[in-house]
Structures are given as C-alpha cells and as structure tokens.
Design a protein around this ligand. Structure first.
Ligand code: MEV
Length: 396
C-alpha cells in the first residue's frame, strides 16, 4: 500500500445533447467543465477511516477493526461489479443508514463505503485513511458533481491500494493515468454512481474520467476530434431536483406512451448526431452559419425535453430571458431545475453578453461564463495547490 498523501481532481460535465435519451441507448454529447472536485487522501496507522465532506457538512469516522469484522462477503465478486439493489440495501444496514431515506450525504457515504470495502478488500488488512473531498461544483445541479466524487474516490483508492500506479513523477505538478488505468477508474466510478443514482447511463463518470468532449452511447465512449472551443453561459436556477426521480419519470412516460415518447428519444438522438457532425465541420473552419445550426438544435432539444416532462418554470424563464438577448438555451443534465446552458456565438458584442448575464443574475440565478473541454481525472503534487482548494482540503 502507498504511504504518501494523494491529491486527485476530476471535472464536472455539461451535456450538450442527449440527456435522458442516453439512458435509453441513444447518443449523448458531453463535455468536461472547468469546475472540479478535489480529493485528498492521507494514509494513517491510527486504525480509523475518516470521510470528510465539507461542502455538505458531513464528517464520519469508522473503526477499521469494526469494518474488518463486518460480513462483506456480499461484495466479493469480480472486479468492478455492478452493485445490486440487495447489496446497496445490505450496505445501508451495515452503515446504519435508514432504509427509506436517500438524502445526499447518506448516498455519498454509501458510495464511499461501497468503493472502500470493495476496492480495499484485497489488502491484507483494510487501510486506515483520512479522506477529504471538496468541490467547486454545486451539488444536484446537473453538472455531474456525484460522478466527479465517485471518479476521485475510485482513482485515489485504486492508487493507494496499488491496483494502478501513481503516474506522478519527480518534478511533475500534475499528471494523468494511462488508458488502461482510466478504464478501471471509470468502471469503479460507475459502480459509485450506481449506488448514488440507481441506474445511470454512465455518461457523467465517463466525461469526468476522460475529460475533453465525448460521444457516449451504451457504454461506448469516443472522444470528439478537435471540438471547437465553445463559450457558454452556464446558469444554475438553484431549483433542487433528483436525477433518480426525473430518470424514473421519463421511463414511466415511455412505458405509458411508447408511440409518442419513442420518437422524441429518436429525434434527440438525431439532434446529437447532427451536432456531432457540425462540431466536426467546425474543427476545420468554424463559421457563423454553423453556430446558427447549433442554436437551432438547442431550441429543438429544449422543446423535446419539455415534452419528456423534465422541464421546469425556472428553466423556461432562463430560456426566455436569454432569448430576449438573442441567445439560445437548453437545460443540461437531468432537468427539473438545476442548470441550463446558453451558447455564446463569437460575433456577440461584450456588452450583449454582460447584459444577458446581468438579466439572468437578476432572476436569482447564478451565472458563469465558461469554456468547455477540461482535462479528466488528474493527480496533483499536494504542495502545488494553493488558495481555496488548499484551504478546503485542510492545508496540504
Ligand atoms: C444526468 O446528468 C444525465 C441523465 O441522462 C441521466 C444519465 O445519463 O444517467 C439525465
């Protein structure tokens, strides 16, 4: 087992097109966001495992010996198995988490225990660890905060247990893992996501692991070739919602109205494919007409997402306010509140962008102007981090 401090970080994500449809086997296009989650892991010999999540005010410590005594044989399967509902229920019992409550801090603790007990069980003894996770991502806003959390946990636990090697070499401030290791990180992170979300598509953890811009369909991931550096406004309506409930709602609507909802999902699939084609053309020479096509695709998809039942009045307001400034927006992620994206064409005057941002902020929303396509899971030299990250992780 490794003995030094590890610091890893993983990005959040924005889905350009294909949310919800991707759960039903359709194509999604997703990009890594310039907002990250950071994890610091300190191995100890104090016989304790501590998980500290300052963003959600949770700190929990377990005695390694009592975890060691638990009957976790129900976890003993092949590498990165998909957690079953029975396993998750059993884990709740073991962790003393109420059966019928699914508050975010319980789910985060549960995902940690699942990954810790499953990944570390091959060690002679379960390791004593002190883990702090801190995020720049707002939770529950559709920006993949839970996936970034699971990806960080998977990467740090696999590294400390030496299932994958530490890629940070002398003199590096930051490094990334090779492809095979990223695949393993992604598989385990998907398990963490399943503990939290039930039946996610896997797109969020894939983007957080690989970074950049991805096409995702039924677990098949491919990077988009030289995607243009799109600028967007990312707006958080701050309306809370549950991804699990929204995904279940779409499934129910599909069961109830297969002839209506099936074609909507097929049309979203076609929008993702058309967007991918246009982004491919833009790699060579981006032109204003292509931005206009991207705007049309955004408008059509937003209507479809409303028809799937995952819209919200706050998102309607976001789209209306941006439209008053000539801008085109759609929800991103699960919808029902959460975040929306607004495309910024390169021909826009600075004053127009500022006016739109001000109008959105005036609605009580948080609004950031950002670029997309950040690097995936990375490992940092602990002493190279400064400012709020360093403070939040308890000083490095
Ligand atoms: C959530 O970010 C995206 C959804 O498509 C769910 C999923 O893909 O698991 C709504």
């Amino acid at each position: 087992m490794l003995s030094g401090v590890l610091v890893v970080s993983a990005p959040g994500k924005v889905i350009l097109h294909g949310e919800h449809a991707v759960v039903h086997g359709k194509v999604a296009l997703a990009v890594a966001l310039n907002l990250r989650t950071f994890l610091r892991l300190q191995p100890h010999s104090n016989g304790k495992v501590t998980l500290n999540l300052p963003n959600i005010g949770t700190k929990q410590t377990w005695d390694v010996n009592s975890l060691q005594l638990l009957d976790t044989s129900f976890l003993e399967q092949d590498d990165a198995p998909a957690p079953t509902t029975e396993q998750v229920e059993k884990l709740k019992e073991v962790a003393g988490i109420p059966q019928n409550r699914a508050v975010p801090e319980h789910l985060a603790v549960l995902a940690f225990l699942y990954l810790y007990l499953s990944i570390c069980r091959k060690q002679r003894a379960l390791p004593s660890l002190d883990i702090t996770v801190w995020s720049e991502l707002p939770p529950g806003a559709g920006l993949g905060s839970s996936a970034a959390y699971s990806v960080c946990l998977a990467a740090a636990l696999l590294t400390v247990c030496e299932d994958i090697s530490n890629p940070l070499k002398d003199g590096d401030n930051i490094s990334r893992w090779p492809k095979e290791d990223l695949e393993l990180i992604n598989q385990w992170a998907f398990c963490g996501e399943r503990v939290i979300h039930g039946n996610p598509s896997g797109v969020d953890n894939a983007v957080s692991t690989w970074g950049g811009a991805l096409r995702y369909q039924q677990g098949k991931i491919s990077s988009l070739n030289r995607p243009p550096a799109l600028q967007i406004l990312l707006t958080n309506t701050k309306v809370p919602r549950s991804t699990k409930a929204l995904v279940a709602g779409v499934r129910n609507r599909l069961i109830k109205f297969p002839e209506i909802v099936g074609p909507l999902l097929a049309s979203i699939d076609a929008i993702s494919r058309e967007c991918e084609r246009v982004l491919g053309e833009m790699a060579a020479a981006p032109a204003l007409e292509q931005y206009l096509v991207l705007e049309e695709l955004i408008d059509m998809n937003q209507c479809h997402l409303n028809a799937l039942g995952v819209g919200h009045t706050s998102l309607d307001q976001l789209c209306r306010v941006a439209a008053a400034h000539g801008l085109h927006s759609k929800l991103t992620g699960a919808g029902g509140g959460g975040c929306g994206i607004t495309l910024l064409r390169p021909d826009l005057e600075r004053a127009e962008v500022e006016a739109a941002k001000q109008a959105l902020t005036g609605c009580g929303f948080n609004c950031w102007e950002t670029s997309i396509g950040a690097p995936g899971i990375s490992i940092h030299l602990a002493t190279s981090l400064h400012g709020p990250v360093c403070q939040a992780l308890g000083g490095l």
